[in-house]
Design a protein around this ligand. Structure first.
Ligand code: AQP
Length: 342
């Protein structure tokens, strides 16, 4: 069976973008793929994390996976730092990836900002660790939001260079699975910025554990423009939003996209239904839908968070199963590299 790997960082503020762009899409895959879903705590510490919060936030991502419908008996659910082979393979990949490749990564540029000299070395080699996460299990399919596509291309290049340099066929081709219609959910305050955990404004994102009142308030206050909702005539023949059209009303298209994704309907269908409507009415409908879809997931997350013993047992079981898969692949890699093992 083909294998899927994906991960989410335990950096708090899990939001609608993480849910629609990644976590929700993991669920159906567990029935058709051998699946590993990781809480990537080693990625999280590439920027400063409060040690007093890390364990809670690791349990929170695990709770989000389970509450969304991931079954830990079918999929392997674990946190990265419990499987040392991730770091071991990442070191090999640090020696395979070229500086020129890493210099092109836009996420490093965004996260390091102007103060590049002060960024951690870990943040710079983050994509190499991500390549190791996937390739340690010879995973071929990686469900992610659109923002991770560049990192996956790099992982693919690392795999191919390793195979080429060591004249082996250890690593497979990697295919990104950018699924659903909300592959890039934007901030509720600024439709040109992606919805993000680290945005200083809480009003920019709907958090997975937000209750009905918080969801209603955030949607009511979401930035919009004074015009009514557009009709299908502005869409392409395939029902897509042309880039120039999106750029004219980014907040409007973001809310329509969120509605379509939550309802699991085609965007063109939603646009046809809502054409000419005022934002006040549309925001009410969007609030109802968001509360209906997210409410049960948030409630279940909170219930699971009250049972840390159970969550830790899921992670321990997942880590043991992950180590059993990772060991032979790392041995194959070390052999190819020529490391002496006694
Ligand atoms: N806005 C988004 N729309 C769609 N998908 C998204 N993802 C993140 N933001 C959006 C997807 O969520 C998965 C897990 O992401 P992560 O935990 O690695 O964190 P991130 O991408 O760093 O998340 P943020 O919110 O963007 O955090 P900060 O603020 O730290 O930059 C990935 O599959 C990602 O594509």
């Amino acid at each position: 069976m083909a294998r899927v790997f994906s991960g989410v960082q335990p950096t708090g503020n899990l939001h609608l973008g993480n849910y629609l762009g990644a976590i929700r899409n993991f669920v159906p895959l567990q029935d058709s793929y051998d699946s590993l879903y990781c809480v990537v705590d080693m990625h999280a510490v590439t920027v400063w994390q409060d040690p007093a919060q890390m364990k809670t936030l690791t349990r929170e991502v695990t709770a989000a996976y389970l509450a969304a419908g991931i079954d830990p008996k079918k999929a392997i659910v674990f946190n990265q730092s419990q499987v040392a082979a991730h770091a071991e393979l990442a070191w090999i990949f640090n020696c395979v990836a070229r500086l020129g490749w890493l210099n092109r990564m836009t996420q490093f540029k965004d996260k390091a900002g102007k103060n590049r000299e002060k960024a951690s070395a870990g943040l710079y080699v983050y994509p190499n660790l991500m390549a190791a996460d996937i390739l340690l299990y010879k995973a071929t399919h990686v469900p992610v939001g659109e923002d991770q596509k560049q990192h996956l291309e790099l992982a693919h290049d690392i795999a191919q260079k390793f195979n080429h340099d060591y004249a082996v066929e250890i690593f497979p081709q990697i295919e990104p699975l950018v699924l659903g219609s909300a592959t890039r959910v934007m901030s509720l305050r600024d439709g040109k910025k992606k919805m993000s955990k680290s945005d200083p404004s809480d009003m920019s994102r709907i958090v997975m554990t937000d209750g009905p009142d918080e969801i209603a308030k955030k949607i009511r206050k979401a930035t919009t423009d004074p015009n009514a909702l557009p009709g299908v005539e502005v869409l392409t023949e395939k029902g897509e939003v042309p880039d120039e059209t999106r750029a004219e009303r980014p907040e409007c298209w973001n809310l329509l996209g969120i509605y379509a994704a939550l309802a699991e309907r085609a965007l063109s269908d939603v646009v046809a239904e809502r054409a000419g409507q005022q934002f006040s009415a549309f925001k009410k409908a969007l609030t109802e839908l968001a509360v209906e879809q997210l409410g049960p997931v948030g409630t279940e997350m909170k219930r699971l968070m009250n049972d840390p013993g159970y969550i830790d047992s899921v992670l321990a079981d997942g880590a043991a199963r992950a180590r059993a898969l990772a060991g032979p692949v790392l041995a194959e890699v070390y052999d190819a590299v020529g490391f002496l093992r006694s």
